[in-house]
Design a protein around this ligand. Structure first.
Ligand SMILES: Nc1ncnc2c1ncn2[C@@H]1O[C@H](COP(=O)(O)OP(=O)(O)OP(=O)(O)O)[C@@H](O)[C@H]1O
Length: 285
């Protein structure tokens, strides 16, 4: 569990059994990105993410999902609009946001232990070596990689490397985890295992997550809410930029698992709604 009390979610159920509304931890206001001024990739993108919430974004290739994630990470700038995290405007990258990309960006000359220790030492330069070691091992154990802790990335499978990336992102205890198709390159079996690991860790740590995926079932399994994003396109009235069409609330119980998901009532209507969007509305206006 997290040590940092300031990062804890307020999503506890009250004595009356009613969950209070999640605070507006991340606020995205009127975001637009244009490489060609007359044809912005997307415009008017506004949404909030509550503390401890897991939000997925789904849309066809090129609609701008990675661009939005990069703006949230502070790795890219928007043409207009604002991003606030915990009341402060995001103006550049920071260790309070952990990013995991599809290609696990590990340093090939360092072992798993050293890769994660490097991130921890950047975050807490004052920590003594023994404290760093305990912290590294805690997060390596969390993703089940203790047997491989002293191996280099070249000695690991793709799934193992991706777990190292996830452990590293968690180890710096970010206020927000940003995941860009983190399981995209994995085979179905490994993907399923890591999805469940991620779900367990996120639930235990009440981590706030924004994740891009192309996999509808992955979004339904993991997300509390799913943003459906349409592409920019030429329409009868002229060019219409891409944007968020809908924010779908996942009504399924939070203790859902991969194996029970498709038995839950509400699963098929939700899945059909998202697939219908992708098939018939994500490109049309
Ligand atoms: N540096 C750039 N210069 C010009 N156009 C760019 C640049 N970077 C991205 N784009 C364009 O912006 C659009 C959005 O790209 P982005 O990668 O955000 O989409 P995406 O929804 O994440 O796509 P995918 O699902 O394929 O990863 C694309 O049409 C892309 O070609």
């Amino acid at each position: 569990m997290w040590n940092d009390d300031s990062d804890q979610t307020d999503w506890a159920v009250t004595e009356a059994g009613v969950a209070p509304p999640a605070p507006r931890f991340l606020q995205i206001q009127g975001l637009a990105k244009a490489y060609v001024p007359a044809r912005p990739v997307f415009a008017d993108v506004s949404f909030d993410i509550g503390r401890g919430e897991f939000v997925c974004i789904i849309g066809h290739s090129g609609c701008g999902k990675t661009t939005i994630l990069n703006v949230l990470a502070g790795l890219d700038t928007a043409s207009s609009g604002h991003v606030f995290m915990d009341g402060r405007e995001v103006r550049g990258p920071g260790l309070e946001r952990g990013v995991v990309f599809q290609s696990h960006a590990l340093m090939p000359w360092l072992t798993v232990r050293q890769n994660i220790a490097f991130a921890i030492k950047s975050r807490w330069p004052e920590w003594p070596a023994a404290k760093v070691r305990v912290h590294v091992e805690r997060f390596v154990a969390m993703v089940g990689l203790m047997p491989a802790i002293d191996k280099k990335p070249s000695q690991l499978s793709g799934g193992m490397k991706q777990r190292v990336g996830i452990a590293r992102a968690f180890a710096i205890q970010p206020k927000m985890l940003l995941l860009d198709e983190p399981f995209g390159a994995l085979d179905a079996l490994t993907r399923g295992t890591i999805q469940e690991e991620l779900m367990t860790i996120v639930r235990e740590t009440q981590q706030t997550v924004f994740m891009i995926t192309h996999d509808v079932d992955e979004a339904i399994l993991l997300a509390d809410r799913i943003l459906l994003m349409h592409n920019g396109a030429d329409a009868a009235g002229g060019y219409r930029p891409g944007g968020i069409s809908e924010m779908v609330v996942n009504p399924l119980p939070r203790d859902r698992t991969r194996t029970t998901l498709h038995h839950l009532s509400g699963y098929y209507p939700l899945r059909n709604h998202i697939v219908d969007f992708l098939v018939s509305r994500a490109h049309a206006h």
